[in-house]
Design a protein around this ligand. Sequence first.
Ligand SMILES: NC(=O)c1ccc[n+]([C@@H]2O[C@H](COP(=O)([O-])OP(=O)(O)OC[C@H]3O[C@@H](n4cnc5c(N)ncnc54)[C@H](OP(=O)(O)O)[C@@H]3O)[C@@H](O)[C@H]2O)c1
Length: 340
Amino acid sequence: MRTYHLETLGTIEGVVPRETARPEPGPREILVRVRAVSLNKRDLLIMKGTYPLKAVPDVIPVSDGAGEVVAVGGEVTRFVVGDRVAGTYFPNWLDGRITPALLDQPGVTLDGMLTEYARLDQEAAVRVPDHLTWEEAACLPCAGVTAWHSLIGGEPLAPGQTVLTLGTGALSLFAVQFAKTLGARVVATTSSAARADRLKALGADHVVDYVRHPAWGSVVRELTGGRGADLVVETNGPDTIEQSMRAAALYGQIVLLITGNPRRPGIEISHAAYASSLATIRRVFVGSRAHFESMNRALALHGTRPVVDRVFGFGTDDVREAFSYYESGAAFGKVVIRVN
Ligand SMILES: NC(=O)c1ccc[n+]([C@@H]2O[C@H](COP(=O)([O-])OP(=O)(O)OC[C@H]3O[C@@H](n4cnc5c(N)ncnc54)[C@H](OP(=O)(O)O)[C@@H]3O)[C@@H](O)[C@H]2O)c1
């Protein structure tokens, strides 16, 4: 079978294919024939060696993948051959709060999904909704679960409250879809008129151009009759936190998602922005298996489909092109690799 490995860190040329024997599942493991994987910011950072966790030598990259169970170990009770599954982002975080002992992740400290066959502990996978294609199902484990957890993990959103999303990264698009599912009104920001139309088509009630309106925090306040956003899905951090604070409702929640990177500037909030509300800054690290399962129930109930921008092939050039295309920032939605 074909498997990719992170042989050297720094550039995409460090991602190299190998032919290896198809593995056998251990007693409590399932063997998944991977059908599709999707890329996240962390996969780029890991490949470059700038992610907070260092990749173990030769690790199989990429956290997110979906496929079909083709073999199960003798003690497996959660799955049968033929089940459609995705691996979870934190294989050991099943429910409740994360602890330092649960931080292992595929694609960095554990082997990931950029492979034809993946061996997973039976606890480290979930069934994916029937209505999703393989490519759509592969979008869920990181960006999908993070967006879902951001919206449901804190104080519950009341119907009609306002969620603010920033830009058109894949995580923000999931947040727009899920906020609508949860009955919220959505204000989204973008710098592009074409993307504004696509955000509206996805369900955003209002779209604010953050370049034309550098003080977009006050525009969000105006759009909400002076109340502000009850929950901000804060995906940019240093560049946007000031306006996010100004956009927040008196007791708003700001879910700060940026990945900590010592090479990036820290986050500064002016006194004026700090004093403008009593908002809480909450942090989220993807989510547990329980978050994934509750998100899947919502996806299935509402027939929601992740936004897929482009699907690449599994050849070496295709895989490297997928990473480069993702890095270019041109995508509106997820960048997917189909594993043939
Ligand atoms: N904590 C966690 O568990 C977790 C999990 C997953 C991801 N993350 C982090 O969440 C972030 C989002 O990831 P992503 O892949 O969805 O998106 P991304 O690629 O980081 O988002 C890019 C988009 O943000 C918008 N943007 C850029 N500068 C902006 C600014 N100054 N003001 C407003 N919007 C701006 C742009 O939208 P337009 O082109 O529309 O203008 C751009 O397309 C990343 O930093 C990622 O590392 C965290």
